[in-house]
Design a protein around this ligand. Structure first.
Ligand SMILES: O=C(O)C(=O)C[C@]1(C(=O)O)C=C[C@@H](O)C=C1
Length: 357
């Protein structure tokens, strides 16, 4: 190893770091001025953030991977936004849940995340404007929809202003690094279900499986008693200083959860958007089929169709539909008009950028 050559490269890095630092602060000054121009208006602009991140990925010359530079710029924008005004984000707690991981992935580390005891409380704190935005789970690739989130979306005045897609990795956690003496495994019911096959194969049949309110709560319990283990993610492991007895124990390797970001604003088009709606059909044969016609007629693609019993009547259903495009697009507007003429009820839950990270 040539010490001289090493020094040359380190000197070059020092000089580049000074330039990067100067440019970062110049960028921050522009953001601060933008904040002054916005005045008391909404500072967080999801469509602009999506455009910035997409552009960074597009123009990235490498060798850093596109995903990595996008993550770096996510943090840069998070700090710039905090100079305009720091954001407070309600998430389904406690600290260390996948929902908190999703909130940080979407808003970056400069946002202030606040743990809530239930999905209802997350909605309530943002509806009453005590906190700025909400992050709630809406569907998992193996377990399906999160019913409480869908139910609350029907009546909330909040709008969907973003989505977060998170790969879910579950680990078996314990205070000590071996399997001996584990009597009980705690986790959220959905996580126990997502690791069912692995547990059958790898743990003795007499180890009790106990569901608790969250994975983070499971990790907390495991940190208090060495005869307990927990199934939870990385952030819960770190938070409660637990050892990973086994990593990535989810049965489905592509296990993914989708989260929604909710706020009070209507988001402008970003160029690559989704629109979520909730619809109820009159209770007669062929009604659901007829609901889908306006989308086909206007060339609007559906990315999700989920039915859920309406809490208003015994046999009535509501349908949660995700469409490609923004509700301001002409084709989508026509499809929505056609739908309004056929459905008993239609509500646009929001148009928002397709997840970039
Ligand atoms: O463009 C804006 O409106 C800004 O406030 C700047 C900026 C950024 O850092 O790029 C910061 C926050 C917004 O959510 C979007 C973008």
């Amino acid at each position: 190893m040539s010490e001289e050559l090493l020094k040359q490269h380190r000197d070059a890095i020092d000089s580049i770091d000074a330039q990067v630092l100067k440019l970062l602060n110049e960028r921050a000054e522009h953001a601060r001025t933008i904040g002054e121009i916005k005045g008391s208006g909404v500072v967080y602009r999801p469509e602009r953030e999506a455009q910035v991140l997409r552009r960074i990925k597009d123009i990235n010359p490498g060798p850093l991977p596109g995903e990595s530079v996008a993550r770096l710029f996510r943090e840069i924008m998070s700090e710039c936004l905090a100079l305009e005004r720091p954001l407070s984000i309600a998430f389904l707690g406690p600290e260390g849940t996948f929902t908190q991981q999703a909130a940080v992935k979407h808003f970056g580390h400069a946002a202030h995340t606040v743990a809530c005891a239930s999905i209802d409380e997350v909605f309530r704190l943002v509806e009453s404007r005590q906190l700025d935005y909400a992050v709630v789970p809406v569907e998992n690739s193996t377990e399906g929809a999160v019913g409480r989130t869908l139910d609350l979306l029907v009546n909330t005045p909040l709008k969907i202003c973003g989505e977060v897609v998170l790969r879910i990795h579950h680990h078996l956690l314990r205070k000590t690094p071996d399997f001996d003496g584990v009597r009980r495994v705690y986790s959220h019911a959905q996580s126990l279900a997502q690791c069912h096959e692995w547990l059958n194969k790898n743990l003795p049949a007499d180890v009790e499986r106990v569901s608790v309110a969250s994975n983070a709560e499971a990790a907390r319990l495991a940190s208090e008693d060495d005869s307990f283990a927990a199934i939870a993610g990385q952030s819960a492991a770190e938070r409660y200083s637990l050892v990973k007895l086994a990593e990535n124990i989810e049965d489905e390797p592509n296990n993914t959860t989708r989260f929604l970001v909710l706020g009070h604003q209507d988001v402008a088009p970003s160029g690559q958007d989704k629109t979520s709606i909730v619809v109820s059909a009159p209770n007669r044969p062929g009604a659901v089929h007829s609901l889908l016609a306006p989308m086909a007629e206007n060339g609007v693609s559906m990315t999700k169709f989920e039915s859920r019993p309406s809490r208003a009547g015994l046999w009535d259903y509501v349908f949660f539909i995700d469409l490609e495009g923004h509700h301001g697009d002409a084709a989508l507007q026509q499809a929505l008009d056609g739908l309004a003429a056929r459905a008993a009820y239609v509500k646009v839950l929001g148009s928002y950028p397709v997840a970039v990270l």
